[in-house]
Design a protein around this ligand. Structure first.
Ligand code: LER
Ligand code: MN
Length: 269
């Protein structure tokens, strides 16, 4: 099992990012704890120096399996489903601007809250139409570079759009692009899926990335999710990607990161 953990390149408000602050210090710690990868949360690729980023990550022997984009919603309210065409355009351009960095790292680009939330006065149907259109444009732009997008079903308290694998599979059907799939996150699945294992099997080859947090969004092992069963099911689909820790810095970031790897390494998968 290849393990990574989420790290923000800049200070972020998102609570479930364990590591915030000095980038290289955190990369060094993550490598030291035994992780093989670091998932980077990047609000805007313009704000990072790709050569420096690559040098730091390589210096510590890590790879970048995925790039998170949600801070563009969290800090700037960019969204694929805004009723304002200028905001939708900015969101699409922002997401396309991740392509060169993702190609360099062979990383999947994560689409979480950039999908937005249906604004007052707009129908769900209209939001879905905007979403499909945006995803088709982004997927077509990324395909020549071998870059893939993974949309993450999120729980009902974060958005009204795409809560489950079933919703995600319908969306995949509508988007119709081979480089568009899903990111499954055990925290959200525990809230929304009737059976986490059944949904993993249903998603199969369209699982492009995988987040782990326990039921309370602490590190795996701190709640009641059955990771032995879930990870066994995940790898039985033929999944060869990373299992990436995205959990709250509880009791603190370092302890959470150490406990997560210790717990996941002893899972029988
Ligand atoms: C991001 O990966 C995530 O899981 C969401 O909860 C962000 O809002
Ligand atoms: Mn997640």
């Amino acid at each position: 099992m290849k393990l990574s953990i989420v790290l923000s390149t800049h200070a972020a408000q998102f609570q479930a990012v364990a590591f915030k602050g000095d980038f290289e210090t955190n990369v060094a710690k993550i490598a030291d704890y035994g992780y093989e990868g670091v998932e980077l949360a990047i609000r805007d690729p313009k704000l990072v120096n790709p050569d420096e980023l690559e040098a730091v990550v390589q210096r510590h022997g890590l790879v970048v399996p995925a790039i998170g984009t949600g801070q563009a919603w969290g800090e700037e309210r960019l969204s694929f489903t805004s009723s304002d065409p200028a905001v939708r355009r900015a969101a699409i351009e922002r997401i396309k601007s991740h392509i060169p960095l993702a190609a360099r790292f062979k990383a999947v680009v994560i689409l979480g809250l950039i999908r937005g939330i249906t604004p007052a006065g707009q129908t769900h149907e209209q939001s879905m139409a905007f979403l499909v259109e945006a995803l088709q444009e982004c997927s077509a732009a990324a395909a020549p570079y071998g870059v893939r997008y993974a949309l993450e079903p999120l729980n009902r308290y974060e958005t009204d759009l795409i809560h489950t694998v079933a919703d995600g599979l319908d969306l995949i059907e509508r988007v119709g692009a081979d480089n568009f799939g899903l990111l499954l996150d055990t925290f959200h699945m525990n809230i929304e899926e009737p059976s986490i294992e059944e949904s993993i099997r249903a998603c199969g080859e369209r699982i492009f990335h995988f987040h782990v947090a326990d039921s309370n969004r602490w590190h795996p092992g701190a709640g009641h999710i059955d990771f032995n069963s879930i990870l066994t099911t995940l790898f039985a689909t033929g999944y060869t990607g990373f299992v990436s820790g995205e959990f709250m810095p509880k009791p603190d970031a370092d302890t959470g990161a150490k406990r997560a790897i210790e717990y996941l390494r002893q899972c029988q998968v």
